[in-house]
Design a protein around this ligand. Structure first.
Ligand SMILES: Cc1cc2nc3c(=O)[nH]c(=O)nc-3n(C[C@H](O)[C@H](O)[C@H](O)COP(=O)(O)OP(=O)(O)OC[C@H]3O[C@@H](n4cnc5c(N)ncnc54)[C@H](O)[C@@H]3O)c2cc1C
Length: 219
């Protein structure tokens, strides 16, 4: 990593929340469903939400070749991607000290287009399986037209930072005796009861849906 980039990825505020353990970053990327992709195009900064998947040491992004984000990235512009998991609201005695518990990863780098058909198919499979394990084999596979109208990019996970906040509020000493309720409200992403599409003839749920519903939560 270049020294400049290493410096740029250094968590400045609350450096004690920076996490160096790469496995923590990978676990966050594994649990998240969406990322936000930041880039500069036509002289303006943009941040676009989209789905992703991690496979080994790369993050896959995909979509229409007409997407400005994807064509820009495929053209080699630098990108910053964030994945954030919100774990709770942190209510302090002072409004100033209110916070959130979270786990987040920031990745910077340059994505490359995946053109090899087998690698592209594997990336598309990874994207589907990331969202709902087991779903790829339950649904129709992409045909050549769908493959041609999908742009798939791989962003290397070479340069990233991880920041995690956990625990109770951190009021200043003078505020700790105030008669104000303080604490945490945990937050979890949960799945509701599946609703079949009106045209579904067979009411039996597929394995991927049963497994996710049984788990209830994401992660
Ligand atoms: C849900 C949530 C709510 C937040 N609310 C606030 C808020 O209200 N106000 C506020 O100031 N901050 C908030 N933060 C923290 C915010 O993400 C930054 O960490 C913060 O602005 C401090 O940035 P900095 O000045 O240290 O770093 P910057 O100079 O902005 O960044 C330096 C480097 O630190 C790394 N970095 C910074 N933040 C993160 C992160 N969250 N995850 C991984 N890497 C990171 C990046 O690599 C970045 O390049 C929130 C974070 C989350 C996830």
């Amino acid at each position: 990593m270049s020294e400049d980039l290493e410096q740029a990825l250094k968590v400045e505020r609350h450096p004690e929340r920076a996490v160096k353990d790469r496995d923590v970053a990978l676990a966050i990327l594994g649990e998240g469903l969406i990322c936000h992709v930041g880039f500069v195009a036509a002289g303006r900064p943009w941040v676009i939400p989209t789905m992703y998947a991690r496979d080994g040491e790369v993050l896959y992004l995909h979509g229409s070749p007409a997407s400005r984000m994807l064509t820009g990235l495929a053209g080699g512009i630098e990108v910053s991607v964030t994945v954030t998991l919100l774990d709770g609201l942190v209510l302090a005695r002072s409004v100033f000290s209110h916070s959130m518990n979270y786990r987040s990863v920031v990745i910077v780098g340059t994505a490359r287009e995946i053109v090899d058909p087998d690698a592209k198919l594997a990336a598309m499979r990874a994207l589907v399986e990331h969202v709902l394990p087991g779903r790829w084999d339950e649904a129709r596979q992409p045909n050549s037209k769908e493959m041609a109208t999908t742009l798939v990019l791989a962003l290397p996970l070479d340069h990233l930072s991880t920041k995690v906040r956990t625990g109770p509020p951190s009021d200043g000493a003078a505020d700790r005796s105030l008669p104000v309720w303080a604490g945490e409200i945990p937050l979890t992403l949960t799945f509701g009861t599946p609703r079949a599409d009106a045209l579904v003839a067979d009411p039996v749920l597929p394995g991927s849906v049963i497994a996710q519903t049984a788990r209830g939560v994401r992660g």
